[in-house]
Design a protein around this ligand. Structure first.
Ligand SMILES: Nc1nc2c(ncn2[C@@H]2O[C@H](COP(=O)(O)OP(=O)(O)OP(=O)(O)O)[C@@H](O)[C@H]2O)c(=O)[nH]1
Ligand SMILES: [Mg+2]
Length: 372
């Protein structure tokens, strides 16, 4: 999964990137104009994988990963600069829009005052504007081609007109329903307002949890309303980046002191998973214990395809046990993993043999049987 951390200049993007990745990049009140993005992948923490790994003692333990991207910020009306950012966003699964709510005399705001509601709207308008430009250029090109006698791709034209209508009503493309086929047909168009968006309001370190909650509520009531594929969380990027610099054994105490329930690291991952509708399933064995992500609603055969296309093609059955049932079985076996754990699971009716149409659940431990 790839998440682009973006937003207006000086909103705290790099500070959040540091908090999420521990990258320790220098931040400053000077607006970044560096045109080189920074990438960093982090493991998605998963207690289930930790536990299974202690049981199986595999040669390799693999968590799912998130790749975060940090880049310069958007500026209102600066099409060329914004296009450069869009180029990067188009390959990400979602956008993390960092919005400034913290006051500071030294950090200049590109729009000269701190107003997070305005900035959310400005950012949304920039995305919509960019997509509108794309749609219109494309339609013009198609029409020119038609004049010269070239036959237009009607499917593409229909999609473009559908998008144009929504964009002209000031609606982001993420709010529209597209069929699987339409999504395939429009993949080359690379829109940005189609990306799911996680709004992260970056609040003052002095804002308490009640204050943070109030801000989230306001964004929900005044902006998100019935918009789709968009969520909001609040945090103080500065505090969070300090937390990420602490030695692990000091973190819990600091979190308690700051009255922070969950560090940003978890909050951003959890919200992004929810926003993107992804869940994890697990494979186990002496060679590897591993978490995999799939779209919620995927069937067993599609899940097999995440591992290898051969397993998807040769799919026969999936042997499935839920994580909780697995833990129970271990408990009943005296806290140890029986060497013949598959037959133990079977004898306790905890192992299910599922067909390709089975809808995979979060935390399913799956062994795929497939033809070679
Ligand atoms: N007081 C306060 N300052 C913050 C907070 N978050 C970021 N800053 C400061 O704001 C300035 C800009 O932070 P960055 O993280 O570099 O912001 P950015 O969005 O990456 O900026 P650009 O890349 O230049 O667009 C730095 O001086 C930070 O220390 C915060 O929560 N509170
Ligand atoms: Mg930055």
């Amino acid at each position: 999964m790839e998440l682009s951390i973006t937003g207006l200049s000086n909103s705290g993007k790099t500070t959040l990137f540091n908090a999420l990745t521990g990258a320790g990049i220098e931040v400053s009140p000077v607006i970044t104009t560096d045109t080189r993005p920074v990438f960093k992948s982090v493991n998605v923490p998963d207690d289930r994988i930790d536990y299974l790994s202690t049981l199986f003692r595999p040669q390799k333990t693999t968590y799912t990963t998130i790749k975060y991207i940090d880049f310069m910020g958007f500026a209102k009306g600066e099409t060329k600069r914004n296009r450069q950012i869009a180029e990067l966003i188009k390959d990400s699964d979602a956008i993390v829009n960092v919005v400034r709510a913290f006051e500071s005399g030294t950090v200049i705001h590109p729009m000269e005052s701190v107003d997070y509601m305005r900035d959310i709207i400005v950012f949304e308008s920039e995305l919509i504007l960019m997509d509108m430009e794309l749609v219109e250029n494309r339609l013009t090109r198609i029409e020119e081609g038609e004049k010269k006698g070239k036959k237009a791709n009607q499917k593409e034209k229909d999609i473009l007109i559908k998008c144009q209508k929504a964009l002209s009503e000031n609606r982001a493309l993420r709010e529209l329903d597209f069929s699987q086929q339409e999504l395939l047909d429009m993949r080359h168009l690379q829109f940005v307002s189609i990306k799911p968006q996680l709004i992260v309001v970056n609040t003052d370190e002095t804002t308490d949890s009640a204050g943070n909650l109030k801000i989230s509520e306001r964004v929900r009531n005044e902006f998100i309303k019935d918009r789709k594929n968009i969520e909001v969380i609040t945090l103080s990027a500065r505090v969070e980046s300090e937390i990420s610099q602490l030695p692990p054994d000091e973190r819990a105490g600091f979190l308690k002191e700051m009255n922070i329930e969950k560090p940003a690291f978890y909050k951003v991952i959890e919200s992004s998973y929810k926003l993107l509708g992804v869940i994890s399933f697990i494979t186990v064995g002496e060679d590897e214990v591993r978490a995999w992500t799939v779209k919620n609603g995927s069937n067993a055969q599609q899940a097999a395809g995440r591992i290898h296309s051969d397993i998807e093609k040769g799919f026969i059955r999936a042997e499935v046990v839920s994580y909780n049932d697995f833990v129970m079985m271990v408990g009943e076996s005296g806290g140890r993993l029986p060497s013949d754990y598959m037959s133990v699971l079977k004898s306790k009716n905890r192992l299910r043999l599922e067909t390709r149409d089975y809808i995979v659940k979060d935390g399913d431990i799956i062994n795929f049987r497939h033809a070679k």
